[in-house]
Write a protein that binds this ligand. Structure first.
Ligand SMILES: [Zn+2]
Length: 424
């Protein structure tokens, strides 16, 4: 233990004495974590800077925001949390619900047993009628409306519906789960029914495909396969059919309508509420984005970038549409050929703007108030009927109508300043 501590201590001290001086006294565990996080920050800051071609002094917050990257430590944390949830060590996101766990590979059906799970494709009512040589037809459907999920069965004997079922699923469930759950309930009905020949109809090709695919380890798929196998062994005939949606097949329309009613109308406890992994992933990502945005908004760095993009998450769709060239990145970060910046890094004797020795030449000063660019500013404001002010910069970038012209204006000014500072 002591050896490890000494090793870490000497390495850290070599890297940056002052930075780590206070941390060493906390004991070796915290010290090591601190080192890893710091390295992660530096690595991704370098990456992000290269992606947007920013100055090497640009902060991590500004660089990752402009590059549209999620901070690496949050991504690592996300992967670790997902692992914990999958292993059952954490109930995060799940709370009191269960995760939908895939069937273990060794417990899945042998590929040779999947032959009975082929399905026919029916494209209209005539084809359904031609193949209706079964005793019972079961139409299934799943639906998601306004974030609520339902599934349904409509059971037919000859020309009339004999019974139906509306099934409710958890709000976080997917339509695919709803479609599979409807098929599962349909096969369960077959198991219990005294009739011999059954046709099951679904308009979800993906759900039917997964029944016959050896790659699908969905737990409902496993249950359906097991039951179908049992039915066949008991001398029952189960025919699976894909039916094109909305071609006027009465049973299919009815199942569609019932599934929608189940989604919005059924108020009981869900019949199926296993949480899909995709939902857990999405929630963890939303948490990471929230945390990332909090850091960005509350950080001491990236103050110039925040004038253009006050919010890291809503910045992303705008930044994706922008072509970030080095001059624009200098504008958006304030790190570039501006006197105030050059002076800070001892590349220029004075930080002042040429308009007034008392005013620092920052990118925001130049864009918003420097009289040297007064004419350009008036031209822009007249053409767009927009005001250039510190408070309005975020809107000028966000709005499609003003964005291109505003960026042109900023870059023109930045280019002039950068040129001027090069020659002096
Ligand atoms: Zn000025």
């Amino acid at each position: 233990m002591n050896k490890l501590l000494n090793l870490a201590q000497s390495n850290l001290l070599e890297m940056d004495k002052l930075h780590y001086a206070g941390v060493l006294s906390f004991g070796h565990k915290k010290l090591l974590v601190f080192e890893i996080l710091d390295t992660t920050d530096r690595v991704q800051r370098g990456f992000a800077q290269k992606i947007v071609r920013a100055y090497r002094t640009v902060s991590l917050n500004a660089a990752v925001a402009l590059a549209g990257l999620l901070p690496l430590d949050l991504r690592v944390q996300e992967a670790a949390l997902l692992y914990e949830v999958k292993k059952g060590h954490s109930q995060r996101v799940l709370r009191d619900r269960d995760l939908e766990r895939p069937t273990k590979y060794e417990e899945a059906e042998h590929p040779a047993h999947l032959e009975g799970l082929q399905f026919d494709c029916l494209t209209d009512g005539d084809e359904v009628a031609q193949r209706a040589t079964v005793d019972v037809r079961i139409y299934t459907d799943g639906s998601k409306i306004d974030g609520r999920v339902g599934a349904a069965l409509s059971i037919w004997d000859g020309a009339a519906e004999t019974s139906c079922r509306k099934l409710k699923l958890g709000n976080f469930c997917t339509v695919y789960q709803a479609e599979l759950y409807a098929l599962y309930e349909a096969v369960k009905f077959v198991v219990r029914s005294p009739s011999r020949r059954f046709g099951i109809y679904s308009d979800s090709r993906s759900a039917l495909e997964s029944l016959r695919s050896i790659d699908s380890l969905h737990p409902l798929v496993g249950e359906i396969r097991r039951m179908v196998k049992g039915c066949v062994e008991a001398g029952k005939e189960v025919r699976l059919n894909w039916i094109k949606a909305h071609v006027g097949v009465e049973g299919n329309e009815r199942a569609d309508q019932l599934a929608k009613q189940a989604a919005v109308g059924v108020k009981t406890k869900p019949h199926y509420d296993k949480v899909p992994v995709s939902f857990v992933k999405r929630q963890l990502r939303l948490d990471s984005l929230d945390e990332w945005n909090r850091r960005y908004k509350e950080g001491v760095t990236a103050s110039t970038t925040r004038v253009f993009f006050p919010d890291a998450i809503s910045a992303y769709p705008v930044l994706r549409k922008l072509e970030l060239d080095p001059v624009l990145v200098q504008v958006l970060t304030g790190h570039g050929g501006f006197a105030e910046y050059l002076h800070r890094f001892k590349c220029k004797t004075s930080p002042s703007c040429i308009c007034d020795p008392a005013r620092g030449e920052s990118v925001l000063h130049a864009i918003v108030e420097c009289p040297v660019f007064g004419r350009k500013r008036v031209e822009f404001e007249t053409a767009t009927k927009e005001k250039i002010s510190l408070e309005n910069i975020k809107n000028l970038i966000r709005n499609k109508e003003s964005r291109t012209k505003f960026i042109e204006y900023c870059k023109e000014i930045a280019n002039k300043i950068i040129e001027r500072n090069k020659t002096k």
